[in-house]
Design a binder for this molecule. Sequence first.
Ligand SMILES: Nc1ncnc2c1ncn2[C@@H]1O[C@H](COP(=O)(O)OP(=O)(O)OP(=O)(O)O)[C@@H](O)[C@H]1O
Ligand SMILES: [Mg+2]
Length: 400
Amino acid sequence: MPGVEVKVEGLTKSFGRANIWSDVTLTLPPGEVSVLLGPSGTGKSVFLKSLIGLLKPEKGSIVIHDTDLVRCSENRLYEIRKLFGVLFQDGALFGSMNLYDNIAFPLREHTKKSEAEIRDIVAEKMDMVGLKGDENKLPGEISGGMRKRAGLARALVLDPEIILFDEPDSGLDPVRTAYLNQLIIDLNAQTDATFLIVTHDINTAQTVPDNIGMLYRKHLAMFGPREVLLTSEDPVVAQFLNGRRQGPIGMSEEKDTAQAAREMAEVDELSGLPPIKPQLEATAGLPERKAVGRRQQRVAEMLHTLPPAAQEAIRRSQAESGQAAPQPARRQAVGAAPYGRPDAPADAPTQSIPRVQDAPLGQPLPSQNAPQDAPQNPQQPPTGRAPGGPSSGPGRHRYR
Ligand SMILES: Nc1ncnc2c1ncn2[C@@H]1O[C@H](COP(=O)(O)OP(=O)(O)OP(=O)(O)O)[C@@H](O)[C@H]1O
Ligand SMILES: [Mg+2]
């Protein structure tokens, strides 16, 4: 199953007079894993809900398989929604149904499968998320982390081509988060589905995605290959990735500019970003992630448009993983191309990385590829699955 591209252009969403974000433009590359970061309240959940047509943006388009979800008929929207598997931030389980019925719900609603087939699928997914034996429990009788995992199982029962996870790791302990992250990469290897994950977990952002975006101050401040955000010197990014109090992000998002500047001066000497960690690889025995090769091609074509630090990080990670360095599509003047415009001429004037707070906000980074990253982090815990015999589907995998 090939991955599905999701193309978002000029998307703007308000509730009444309150604008949430404007002019969001990004493309989720088919079959790749993308992460969306952003301070609380910046509209990440609203963005995911807009992607599946639960909320209607007033401007812009979301195109999947040549259908614009913002303008299509209800019937077409219903059809397109079957491509999605969604884990909502709150799990969104039916309180009066036990876990088995909750997880079976999409199958009963959207397919004509027999109860015996449904039983097999539900058992497989429950085992995969470590909930075997909990079939009869009600959502109110289990822990928050278990509810999250039940929501995860339900998101996967229809073998979706586009998977949206809203904070799948919140409420999970660090070990289960590590298993979950490996599960995401393994699911991607097995299904080639397109993933968009909202997370506040910096380790997840550093080790899981191919691409990272960030919503900030009502705009998409960045979206592009992971190396771009992970090497960005933007104060907002640095504050976020370091989990620091000092910086432009305040408790209620907006911070007084003068105060932010004073704090930035204070932390100047401690500044810097955490080193880039290797991206997780699929567990041994699983198929290679098809996204890796596609992404490598894409990043080679856009490399000259990326900031120098991102270019260097990409080359380094490729050298470490023994791949050939990506060849730019055209003559390259390092650091000379405007950031975020893959078609920019190589002799365009130098432009530094855009600062999130001083515009041009909403100008997306090139969302396109980066190469395969370094080998699997040996620190990651095993997934509980013996290497060898490739699985026939995502259900073979589990975490506890
Ligand atoms: N249905 C709605 N009607 C009115 N306002 C809404 C609605 N849904 C969300 N909002 C508002 O949109 C803003 C963004 O909310 P959202 O839940 O998307 O934030 P978020 O980035 O997901 O935050 P968090 O990280 O805390 O989950 C908030 O101010 C919220 O109050
Ligand atoms: Mg949210």
